[in-house]
Design a protein around this ligand. Structure first.
Ligand code: GMT
Length: 387
């Protein structure tokens, strides 16, 4: 199979969709694809250098007439330019709004059949943002116009069909984890930074928006800490962080909490933890729960959304309704009190994450999709003739 040249666009800041896009690009590059990231900034998990990876910044010149610089137009122009200069076969955009619009415009500018557009739906592009009245019709139009659409869970695919009434094929390609990087290698020194011997360590990783249900994180931690010695580790940052710190302080829990902020190297932190708490109001997938599982950390996650497609309640983790604080406390205390149980669930979690959700298995699905879309060799030849 000829390896395609792929342009990848994502939000480059911390967040699951950017992580998936970046990891996908890295794996494709290692497999021999030329990967061109087209984004406003260098995606945060991108290695400094890899022979097959290129980065093209989307410049957004400001002008006094503009109240807001038109990102979508700059993106489309950059995509068009990179596609012509670098002979891209595929524009693969992550998070539909507005990236699918940029790719649609670039494809129109390039001319029919010169490039294929793949849109990967991640979550709130469908469940929240795409449903805003001002984005709804265009989101539906772009889903229909993409050459291929993927969703990161069956839940998200079904939501897309239900909400937008799309009749087109949407392939479920789940999120994945690099199971060689995310391993259950507990480093005693790292753990000692966050918890004393005899204390259990609960971790929450997110971008601290309301959808992450931060109050439930506080309430569950309060309930657990009342039952056994425990510490809370918060990784990431976002708009709800100040309110969360206030709530922790009000409950006298701030001194039992470490706020790490937005850091890279999650694979070095997660294995030190005992339980990952992700009580989101909904989660189309919940990538960090999968990353935790690969590190042998038991996930306690929301039952609303797609996390149930890889977390099996009582088998490799726990699923609870995001409003069932008592149920979450009960599950957390049970597993944290019983080291044998925790160890058993952790082993199941690691095995399941590294199997069907391991990078090698899932990245192959994207490559197969590209291959089905491309007439091998023809597009590259067309670019050579035309540009
Ligand atoms: O959709 C979002 O809110 C942002 C996005 C992100 O960039 O973090 O999160 C979504 O995509 C992730 C990667 O596919 C999923 O793991 C998250 O579950 C999903 N977030 C939500 O559904 C709230």
């Amino acid at each position: 199979m000829r390896m395609p040249a792929v342009g990848i666009t994502c939000y480059p800041t911390q967040g699951g969709s950017g992580v998936v896009a970046t990891e996908l690009g890295l794996h494709l590059a290692r497999m021999g694809c030329e990967v061109h990231f087209i984004a406003t900034h260098l995606p945060f998990r991108l290695e400094p250098y890899h022979g097959n990876i290129f980065y093209h910044p989307v410049e957004m010149p400001s002008y006094p007439v503009f109240q807001h610089a038109p990102y979508t137009l700059s993106l489309a122009s950059t995509m068009h330019d990179v596609a012509l200069r670098c002979g891209l076969d595929i524009l693969h955009v992550h998070y539909a709004v507005p990236h699918a619009a940029g790719a649609y415009l670039a494809r129109q500018m390039l001319g029919a059949d010169r490039i294929k557009v793949v849109t990967t739906l991640h979550g709130t592009d469908i469940t929240l943002v795409g449903q805003e009245p001002s984005y709804f019709p265009i989101t539906r139009f772009l889903i229909e116009q993409s050459d291929a659409v993927t969703a990161v869970s069956g839940f998200l695919r079904d939501e897309t069909v239900r909400v937008f009434g799309c009749g087109r094929d949407i392939e479920v390609i789940p999120n994945f984890v690099d199971a060689r990087l995310y391993v259950p290698a507990r480093d005693a020194a790292v753990r000692a930074r966050f918890a004393d011997a005899g204390e259990k360590l609960i971790v929450h990783v997110s971008n601290f928006r309301r959808v992450k249900n931060p109050q439930a994180v506080v309430d569950v931690f309060a309930g657990v800490a009342a039952e056994l010695p425990a510490r809370l580790l918060l990784v990431g940052d976002g708009p709800e962080m100040p309110a969360m710190r206030e709530a922790l302080a009000a409950g006298g829990l701030l001194e039992r909490t470490t706020c790490l902020g937005s850091v890279t190297g999650l694979e070095g932190i997660l294995p030190a933890c005992d339980l990952l708490l992700l009580p989101s109001l909904h989660e189309s997938f919940g990538l960090v729960a999968l990353e935790a599982m690969a590190c042998g950390v038991v996930p306690l996650a929301t039952s609303r959304g797609g996390a149930g497609e890889f977390i099996h309640d009582g088998v490799n983790g726990y699923l609870r309704d995001p409003h069932d604080v008592a149920g979450m406390i009960e599950a957390a205390v049970a597993v944290l009190r019983d080291d044998g149980l925790r160890q058993h669930l952790a082993e199941e979690a690691r095995r399941d994450a590294a199997g069907d959700f391991g990078a090698t298995c899932v990245v192959r699905k994207y490559l197969d999709l590209y291959d089905r879309l491309l007439a091998p060799g023809a597009l590259r030849a067309a670019f050579r003739r035309g540009s």
